[in-house]
Design a protein around this ligand. Structure first.
Ligand SMILES: [Zn+2]
Length: 303
């Protein structure tokens, strides 16, 4: 939930509750969100602060200001949980700066007919009435101020000007929910930079440089049938192995799938994943490089 409130862009669907039970009413009405906290940028203090969700009077009047015995019928559409409300996120530090999210909460299966037809209070006490395969999801369908993904300085410092052009355009597309556009730009970055990234990884102290060099030579002989993305994992420095998955291969795989087979939403999701993975890899390279720099300075001092 914190992660969702802090980082999700518009229309990114997150699961907030798995295996809905009638006794467990979490997130079945706006009131359940009051008091949730998350990290967000306070524009008054120009830094990341803890924000807390509150509701305005109109929302409380409409949806109710406390939990009832039953979920209000206003919170359902076609028997499925489906309600949308304005949440105010207020900075707890200055208690002044605030943002608005329009949040849509929904279930994948009907739950209201079951609620109406059973002895609800009993089930609530037992807390065990599970509705099979029913989860609750949330998405931001509006936000003010506009949600913006801000370029990461470490990444823009790492890339040269032409790649940064794609990076900025990709971020702009993401900020406006242009999934296909964002995905196309981030793919272009991978196609252009992945081998350069591997070359930089090669020179990190903790990686198997000689083995990576062999893979690079083989790759350059025939880039079309390259195996470098599959085989590099065991030679990566530990910092790039922590995901358990091969980040280089994951990035490469994004360029091999046809754009035409994906929906706008799938592209949006993939573009977001690429962005996070790319940021991760470049930050790790940067961290290890600065570590070398510090070590070199230390050694100089010892001489
Ligand atoms: Zn503040």
């Amino acid at each position: 939930m914190k992660e969702f409130l802090s980082n999700a862009g518009l229309y990114q669907i997150h699961k907030i509750l798995e295996n809905y039970t009638l006794g467990n009413e979490d997130y079945t009405g706006p009131y359940d969100f009051v008091g949730e906290t998350f990290e967000y940028k306070c524009e008054y203090e120009d830094s990341l602060k803890t924000f807390e969700i509150e509701l305005d009077k109109a929302t409380l009047d409409y949806f109710g200001s406390q939990r009832g015995d039953q979920i209000s019928s206003e919170n359902f559409i076609n028997e499925k949980l489906n309600y949308t409300f304005k949440a105010i996120g207020r900075c707890k530090s200055c208690n002044d700066y605030h943002v608005y999210f329009l949040l849509n909460v929904f279930s994948n299966n009907p739950i209201s007919d079951i609620q109406d037809n059973i002895n609800y209070i009993n089930f609530r006490k037992q807390n065990t009435y599970k509705i099979a395969n029913t989860d609750i999801f949330i998405q931001k369908v509006g936000a003010f101020p506009q949600i913006k993904i801000i370029p990461d300085k470490i990444v823009t410092k790492y890339f040269k000007r032409d790649t940064n052009g794609f990076y900025y355009k990709g971020l702009n597309a993401l900020n406006q929910n242009f999934g296909i556009g964002a995905f196309a730009y981030f793919r272009r970055i991978i196609e252009k930079e992945l081998i350069n990234i591997i070359t930089d990884i090669k020179s990190l102290p903790d990686s198997h440089s000689a083995e990576i060099e062999k893979l690079l030579i083989k790759h350059n002989e025939n880039p079309q049938i390259s195996t470098i993305y599959d085989n590099i994992f065991e030679h990566l420095p530990n910092s790039l192995k922590v995901l358990g998955d091969n980040p280089i291969k994951l990035l490469y795989n994004q360029t091999s799938e046809g754009l035409h087979s994906l929906t706008e939403e799938e592209c949006l999701e993939k573009a977001n994943s690429i962005l996070q993975l790319l940021n991760f890899v470049i930050k790790k390279i940067n961290e290890e490089r600065s570590e070398i720099k510090i070590l070199r300075e230390t050694i100089k001092g010892l001489k």
